[in-house]
Design a protein around this ligand. Sequence first.
Ligand code: KG4
Ligand code: ZN
Length: 344
Amino acid sequence: MKILAIESSCDETCAAVVEDGRRILSNIVASQIETHALYGGVVPEIASRAHSEAISWVTEKALFEANCTLSDIDAIAVTNEPGLIGALLVGVNFAKTLAYGCKKPLIPVHHIKGHIAANYAHFNGKDGNELLEPPFISLVVSGGHTSLVKVNSYTDFEVIGSTRDDAAGESFDKVARMIGLPYPGGAKMDAAAKAGNPKAFAFPDTKVKNCPYDFSFSGLKTSAVNIIHNAAQKGEPVDVNDMSASFTAAVVNAIISRIELLFKNEDLACTKLVLAGGVAANSHLRNALEDTCKKHGAKFYCPPLNLCGDNAVMIGCQGYYEYISLKDKDFFNLSLNAYASSEF
Ligand code: KG4
Ligand code: ZN
């Protein structure tokens, strides 16, 4: 089954063709980062307009590279939640129009479920890669989300813990901006951290009372603000590499302490940990998670770098499993809407 997938929830216009939820036939991403970098963050209206401009050619290119026409496509999958509402609506309306015009099923896909499903395209049992199948536990770390999710089946998800305030990616971007790194700062902080001292600055150990699997990153961000302001008052610059290394270590330690707890919980019986989301590209986090999984005899899965950030392959993978698992659902319902925030 060939799915044409569309993703436009934030600042990347994406289209892909994916076969049977596992095989990538094409993967096109038009990034708006250069435009938003001028403003230090994503400007929602500019994002919507840029999606409108790009979505037709991105889709045409995805079909062309997959050596397909619309008549070869069995269904259309689209991200409809969560994300920037104006940005999501561009993708949803475009996908709806295609589905209506070509009389194809239309599959709505949850963006975060999609991030998890990106792993299916890589761990597909081909080219020496393992075949990843649920059940497993996924750590989703992106610009807008940080969650620990129990994936019972391809379409059954239970949230074990999530952030009470900022997401991991958001906190990286905010601190990066404070130390003068351009938007989006996550990847730049990752690189700078390699040359810095992770013990240069002390950060608090953030815990959420009675919710051991929940995260809180705003306290870490406030500590960074205080360190930077105190240094500025003394006329001392904050070393970018040291701050990057210390802040990264604080975020990674906060995550690892939850993962350690997870492995000790016999009810969860975690033997497979699956990393997902834009921050999955962070080299320090990947290394720390790999070591922790090794220590507990668990398997660690993380997507290749090109499938960590937003892409439409992940929407095609999850869309396939939504379709085959819930065939009795009305996939021809053209009143589909988009939602800025949503639960699993
Ligand atoms: O998943 P994603 O592409 O978009 C959302 O769904 O939010 O994640 C984007 C986030 C941004 O905050 C970006 O700074 C962060 O992922 N990111 C990183 C790295 N690469 C991207 N954060 C830390 N280290 C990285 N290497
Ligand atoms: Zn994302």
